[in-house]
Design a protein around this ligand. Structure first.
Ligand code: NI
Length: 229
């Protein structure tokens, strides 16, 4: 299931990120690619171990952990330090079809995670560039995703996906992986749907409605049943 989360970063945060990133030096994106994806990857990224990438990454993680919809969609156990990339039309940048590596290790922190979920946080507005759609495949076909700056999409890291060639302007994004407490994608999607329904009931009936209280308990008991921590 693909889940979009709006307004993870405010427009002023996005502008601040972009101003900082414009002053950075960028490297070839293939430095973090696996053997197959290196063959189809053509973009630039901030050096992953650089102080500036880590600082911006920590700001992304703070925003994520304060976002109830992201927490509900991902049930995160570990969040990999966010990476930052850009695709320039002038260089014909794109990223052909691939699946992300199953396990990712971070040299600086020693963190090693199973990549259950992939996340793309858009840092360019859709009207700043042409092309550059994230295309992700799931059981229901392939989906094109291009979101406003500050919004993100979460999708199963087991999905084949690609970024179509950017033909005008520049597409800037942050991307990273999550190891979820709930490994099974189907279970995770049931938990998310249940939570969305409960939140709607809370709005309508209040938090102390007896059936809402019971359903909230069932939600937590399902997490307790499925969570690996
Ligand atoms: Ni990928």
């Amino acid at each position: 299931m693909l889940i979009c989360v709006p307004n993870v970063l405010s427009k002023s945060d996005v502008a601040d990120f972009r101003r900082i990133m414009d002053e950075c030096s960028w490297e070839d994106g293939r430095s973090t690619a696996g053997a197959q994806s290196a063959l189809v990857k053509s973009n630039e990224q901030l050096p992953p171990d650089s102080e500036i990438a880590r600082k911006l990454g920590n700001r992304v993680i703070s925003a994520l952990t304060a976002n109830p919809r992201f927490i509900s969609a991902a049930v995160p156990l570990h969040i990999f330090p966010p990476l930052f990339n850009r695709y320039n039309a002038a260089d014909g940048h794109h990223f052909g079809i691939h699946i992300d590596n199953a396990v990712r290790g971070d040299r600086l922190t020693g963190l090693r995670i199973r990549t259950d979920l992939s996340v793309t946080l858009f840092l360019s507005e859709p009207d700043e560039y042409d092309g550059g759609e994230l295309v992700a495949e799931d059981l229901y076909g392939s989906h094109e995703i291009k979101l406003p700056a500050g919004d993100l999409v979460v999708y199963p890291a087991s999905s084949l996906h690609m970024v179509t060639p950017v033909t005008r302007g520049t597409r800037v994004a942050s991307f990273f992986w999550v190891q979820s407490m709930v490994r099974d994608a189907h279970a995770r999607s049931l938990i998310f749907d249940l939570d969305v329904a409960i939140q709607a009931l809370v709005e309508r009936l209040g938090r102390d409605d007896p059936e809402t209280v019971k359903l909230t308990g069932i939600y937590h008991n399902l997490i307790r049943y499925w969570a690996e921590v």
